[in-house]
Design a protein around this ligand. Structure first.
Ligand code: GN1
Ligand code: MG
Length: 366
């Protein structure tokens, strides 16, 4: 607790820190909300997980490039009085640095708190879904003219499904005593049946059908801030994976997160469904804002994106389960296994609705 307060004090005027509380439900970094005795009232304090993000200073450089670019874009735009859009500010330490490394080597940084809004763990209704789609479209469109060589690779291999598969194969090969249970057997079989499909997006990229752009990397439902009064989406937070990637990773990740009404953490595996009505609402929010930067090929791979990313996340969770929970934070030993099954059930539901999902995408992208 002392360490937390000590870290918080680096980013606030002397004597201003009143309270520090855990905040949100991130699976990788540790996030806190700091209460201040200043007009600002709150700030967000985060300890970056340096086992995952090996070079956290690159995150801070990307954040600076990102915020400067987006702010300049917003200033040129005619004001959308009816729909505010917020970008978190990096708050410097009292010494003017972008981050603070404590005596234990922990990497801390602070961001401004976006007020009068909140995030949700699950999509509540169709309007919420439409707002989520709007947010992703707005976010990507604000970044669509930022050259990718301005952004560092903060997490090598992120969303490269064939790499996750290779790593899974290595873990399986190295591990003599793999856990045996009906649930684990289901996952092993599930992965075998679909491994041929894992490279679909990377192959399209290698063939220059899809190209790299600045992306968010993690636009799941609880990273999208909704205004308390208007219920409009006003920001996407969690910007550590803003880096070059395929917009398909974002679309796939957003849909797998938002179209699962039970959420990622459910144990009601057999009730997990991919909700096509929510998918329609998200795409209806997203596509009008992305028309300017998406082309024919981009549309052609949308179904593959929404089918692949939940498979990839299930594969990542299951591999982490096999490795002994070295990447995602867990509450118990079976946690990553359960999370993997939820994603795989979502994939099954997507496959069962393939025809209608392809038709929906075709209809909405015309
Ligand atoms: C992780 O840390 P968090 O919760 O924002 C993960 C995402 C996953 C997500 C699943 C850097 O995000 O890729 O989709 O868990 N982030 C990283 O909830 O691996
Ligand atoms: Mg994240």
């Amino acid at each position: 607790m002392d360490k937390l307060f000590a870290a918080a004090r680096q980013f606030a005027p002397a004597g201003a820190v009143l309270d520090v509380r855990e905040y949100g439900s991130g699976n990788v970094n540790d996030t806190y909300r700091v209460t201040l005795a200043t007009e600002e009232r709150y700030l967000i304090l985060q300890r970056i997980n340096t086992r995952v993000f090996r070079r956290p200073e690159l995150i801070m450089l990307n954040l600076q490039t990102f915020t400067e670019h987006v702010r300049a874009r917003l200033e040129c735009e005619p004001p959308r009085a009816e729909h505010r859009w917020e970008v978190p500010r990096v708050l410097p330490t009292r010494e003017g640095k972008s981050h603070y490394v404590d005596a234990d080597g922990a990497f801390w940084r602070a961001l401004s708190f976006i007020g009068a809004s909140r995030t949700y763990e699950q999509v509540r209704d169709l309007e919420h879904a439409r707002q989520v789609g709007y947010a992703l479209g707005r976010f990507q469109s604000l970044l669509s003219d930022l050259a990718i060589d301005r952004l560092h690779d903060t997490l090598e291999g992120f969303h490269i499904t064939p790499r996750y598969l290779r790593h899974y194969d290595e873990v399986v090969a190295q591990n003599g005593s793999l856990p045996a249970s009906p649930a684990a057997d289901y996952c092993f079989r599930f992965i075998e049946q679909r491994r041929a499909h894992a490279a679909v997006l990377e192959e399209a990229r290698a063939q220059n059908k899809l190209r790299l752009r600045p992306i968010h990397g993690d636009p799941k439902v609880n990273n999208i801030m909704i205004d308390d009064a208007t219920q409009q989406a006003v920001s996407i937070v969690d910007l550590d994976t803003v880096k070059p990637g395929l917009v398909h990773y974002d679309i796939g990740d957003c849909l797998r997160s938002c179209c699962n009404r039970l959420g990622e953490e459910t144990d009601a595996f057999d009730a997990v469904r991919f909700d096509t009505d929510l998918c329609r609402a998200i795409l209806q929010g997203y596509l009008p804002l992305s028309r300017d930067f998406l082309d024919e090929n981009d549309y052609a791979y949308l179904y593959d994106a929404l089918h692949l990313i939940p498979f990839e996340l299930g594969l990542r969770f299951f591999t982490d389960y096999l490795e002994g929970d070295v990447y995602f934070k867990v509450k118990h030993r079976q946690h990553n296994l359960s999370r993997a099954i939820v994603q795989f059930k979502l994939v099954e539901s997507i496959e069962a609705q393939e025809t209608c999902l392809r038709e929906l995408i075709r209809e909405l992208s015309e």
